[in-house]
Design a protein. Structure first.
Length: 251
């Protein structure tokens, strides 16, 4: 399917590794010019070096929990790219290990999205843009004692993003969520679990109808589709990418 994304512009947060990196690679494979950010400046530079042969990519080190820093990155990236057609919110501080850490996670997971959209919406609406937030199936079911803030703020991200289908939709901006279930990332959480708790890892894979955990490209491909004109009538939708791992039935 020709997605018609060549020459489009996208900003992707938390995008030097894992799902964010896969999203960047998928978008660039369709000819999208991309701006990336992450906290670690060396990782940003390395990602740009690795991917520059695939097309135009720019980036900067940004603390998503610092609204001024994030807003400045959004503004300067749009100026440098010459516009914006898609914004992908992928930042997360994961699970807070103490109550005091919840405030930082609130800023990174949720407020980063609100500040960025506020900074980008005028330009994003100019060409009928797409907002995609990365959620999680953990927002809809209990995911263990260590996921409290992660699940709660992802639930807030999902609720706000889907609600914006009615608000931003009037400006020509589609707002959707992609919610991964357990996704295997090299060097990521499930990779660590596989080494430390192989029985739990194997049981999780066995619980999938297909018997295997998803990979980052499974998520990235959906995000890329939602960013394209082929998804022009998809607005206010939460797409689960978990291979049927969740047991709930969505109507």
């Amino acid at each position: 399917m020709e997605l018609g994304l060549s020459g489009k512009k996208a900003l992707v947060t938390g995008s030097t590794k894992g799902i964010g990196r896969a999203i960047v690679e998928s978008l660039m494979s369709e000819g999208v010019e991309v701006a990336i950010c992450a906290r670690n400046a060396e990782e940003v530079e390395k990602a740009i070096e690795d991917l520059s042969g695939n097309g135009r990519i720019i980036g900067a080190a940004v603390d998503a929990g610092d609204s001024d820093s994030l807003t400045a990155w959004v503004t300067t990236s749009i100026e440098e790219l010459g516009g914006i057609d898609a914004y992908v919110h992928n930042t997360s501080a994961k699970g807070a290990k103490s109550l005091d850490a919840w405030e930082n996670n609130f800023n990174v997971d949720l407020m980063a999205l609100l500040h960025a959209v506020e900074a980008a919406k005028e330009q994003l609406s100019a060409g009928g843009g797409s907002l995609v937030s990365i959620g999680t199936t953990a927002a809809a079911e209990h995911f263990g004692p260590g996921a409290g803030s992660y699940s709660a703020f992802k639930a807030a991200v999902t609720n706000w993003t889907l609600g914006q289908a009615q608000v931003l939709g009037k400006l020509g901006i589609r707002s959707n969520v992609v919610s991964p279930g357990p996704i295997f990332v090299d060097g990521g959480d499930w990779d660590s679990i596989k080494e430390r708790m192989p029985e739990f890892f194997e049981a999780t894979e066995a619980a999938h109808p297909g018997g295997v955990m998803g990979v980052v490209s499974d998520v990235a491909n959906i995000v890329t589709f939602l960013a394209s004109d082929k998804a022009s009538h998809i607005n206010g939708v939460n797409i689960t990418v978990d291979g049927g791992f969740s047991k709930r039935v969505d109507y």
